[in-house]
Ligand binder design. Structure first.
Ligand code: UD1
Ligand code: CA
Length: 469
């Protein structure tokens, strides 16, 4: 096998993205939970780039923060102080690797659907190319917005004309420039200095390198399917690209043995992990870094953000959970709300209209109906009756409720934290617990009931008489 040339990649990401009409830099807008810029960076890494240089400018602090949080030292940033155009951006990128001699792979930060395959096609063809520049080309029925490919009589690529600079005839060309190139570093460094910004946008166009390369040995063009090459310039294109990505993600999980009942209505972020035989029902959103264990059920309408679901757990319809853990074979829902730092051990049952926050629930414990369980530490085999409330907040501080193993909390009880309900104790229905309950004790705190014979009849009469008047 031929040895692949060593190469650096450059991802251009300094522009503002005016057409997004956003306070946020375009390349930070997310697709499937990841800033769009991460996709081309990852594609370059997957293709084997020795180093990836991200050219940053607009909101460079935030963009750099995302890069350093998500990638290791193989990915660096270079600052383009003023956004003078894509050629100027590439110049800044090249400056960040002054000693590098070889092929620069250059791609745009706003085309997230790209995979490593077309990048490899360029890099593999580079060593035997006759000129200093190779590029992808593609076609669309309507290529408006993109730079168009200009060829000579022999079919050789001789230039790229930006949409805004095209003549009427050139506008009808359907072959477009996806903005992905492999350029020899020496050629890039010298030719880029000679470009001018005499064009409709008064920008330094990287695309002008193509005409230079055509004269300096020729341009090698590699045709590629437009699906993974289309860029994002506005919010509608963002939605379109995300829809494609979403299907691709669902497809990947399906091939790994996950049942996704309705890929169209299912939103699975790019960083989500799902094991075999999990079943994901319609209208589910799995956001951020969720992990779903083997054979788990995520039923209709669940919205999970950074949640770890154990093998065989069942989330019945319409559960909302974030930053939480759900143990193996636990059963949650329908209509449960697990807030930050809820930790359910295996076989826990949490039922409808139960809200938990920062609460740990031990193995086999149950809270099946209508409860608020905030800041709790619940042991094993505990039964929390319907309507139980942990009164955890006094307006200033949050307090912890501890329910030890095997205790039983009768329905409609309020536990006024901080306190501990001891092992195997029993809280009678309707009790407001304000004192610690010792092990094996019964806590009961109800107003004593009185029955007044016949009084209901009299009362009804009185009330009816009042109504007539
Ligand atoms: C560019 C190409 C066009 C191609 C299209 C493919 C040029 C001049 N045109 O057009 O031929 O069809 O991409 O999607 O290259 N950027 C910087 N610094 C700048 C300007 C831009 O880093 O000064 C970055 C942007 O953040 C963006 C990328 O370069 O990620 C492309 O810039 P954009 O303005 O979107 O170029 P297009 O008009 O789409
Ligand atoms: Ca663009």
């Amino acid at each position: 096998m031929k040895r692949r040339a060593e190469f650096f990649a450059m991802v251009l990401a300094a522009g503002q993205g005016k057409r997004m009409k956003s306070e946020r830099a375009k390349v930070l807008h997310a697709l499937a939970g990841r800033p769009m810029l991460c996709y081309p960076v990852e594609a370059a890494l997957n293709a084997g780039a020795k180093k990836v240089i991200v050219v940053v400018g607009h909101q460079h602090e935030s963009v750099t923060a995302v890069i350093s949080q998500r990638f290791d030292k193989r990915v660096a940033t270079a600052l383009q102080a003023k956004q003078l155009g894509t050629a100027d951006a590439a110049r800044c990128g090249a400056q960040a690797a002054p000693d590098f001699n070889g092929w620069f792979l250059i791609l745009n930060g706003d085309a997230p659907l790209i995979s490593a395959d077309p990048l490899l096609a360029l890099i593999n063809a580079a060593p035997s190319a006759k000129g200093p520049l190779l590029m992808l080309v593609s076609s669309l029925e309507d290529a408006s917005g993109y730079g168009r490919i200009i060829r000579d009589d022999r079919g050789q690529v001789i230039a790229i004309r930006e949409d805004k600079d095209c003549t009427e005839d050139e506008l009808s060309i359907d072959e477009f420039n996806p903005g992905v190139y492999a350029v020899r570093s020496d050629f890039l460094r010298s030719a880029i200095k000679e470009l001018s910004n005499q064009n409709k946008q008064n920008e330094y166009y990287l695309t002008d390198l193509v005409a230079r390369a055509a004269q300096a040995g020729g341009v090698t063009d590699i045709p590629w399917d437009p699906v993974e090459l289309e860029g994002i310039n506005d919010r509608f294109e963002l939605a379109e690209r995300e829809a494609s990505l979403r299907l691709e993600i669902a497809y990947r999980h399906a091939l790994n043995g996950v049942t996704i009942r309705d890929p169209i209505s299912t939103f699975i972020d790019a960083d989500v992990l799902i094991e075999r035989d999990a079943l994901i029902e319609a209208n589910v959103s799995l956001r951020g870094r969720c992990s779903i264990g083997a054979g788990a059920l995520i039923d209709v309408g669940c919205v999970l953000t950074n949640v770890a679901v154990g093998a065989g757990a069942q989330l019945l319809p319409y559960c909302v959970a974030s930053d939480s853990e759900i143990g193996q074979a636990a059963r949650v829902g329908p209509f449960s709300h697990l807030r930050t730092d809820s930790k359910l051990a295996p076989q826990v049952h949490v039922g409808n209209f139960v809200e938990t926050k920062k609460t740990v629930i031990g193995r086999g414990s149950k809270a099946n109906h209508l409860s608020y369980l905030g800041d709790g530490i619940i042991g094993e085999r505990v039964n929390v009756g319907a309507g139980t409330i942990f009164c955890n907040y006094d307006g200033f501080n949050k307090h912890t409720t501890v329910l030890e193993d095997g205790c039983f909390i009768g329905s409609d009880s309020q536990i006024v934290a901080p306190l501990t309900v001891g092992r195997n104790s029993y809280v009678a229905t309707g009790t407001t617990v304000t004192l610690n309950v010792p092990e094996d004790a019964l806590a009961i705190g109800r107003v004593k009931q009185e029955n007044k014979a016949g009084l209901a009849k009299r009362l009804r009469k009185q009330l009816a008489a009042k109504k007539k008047r």
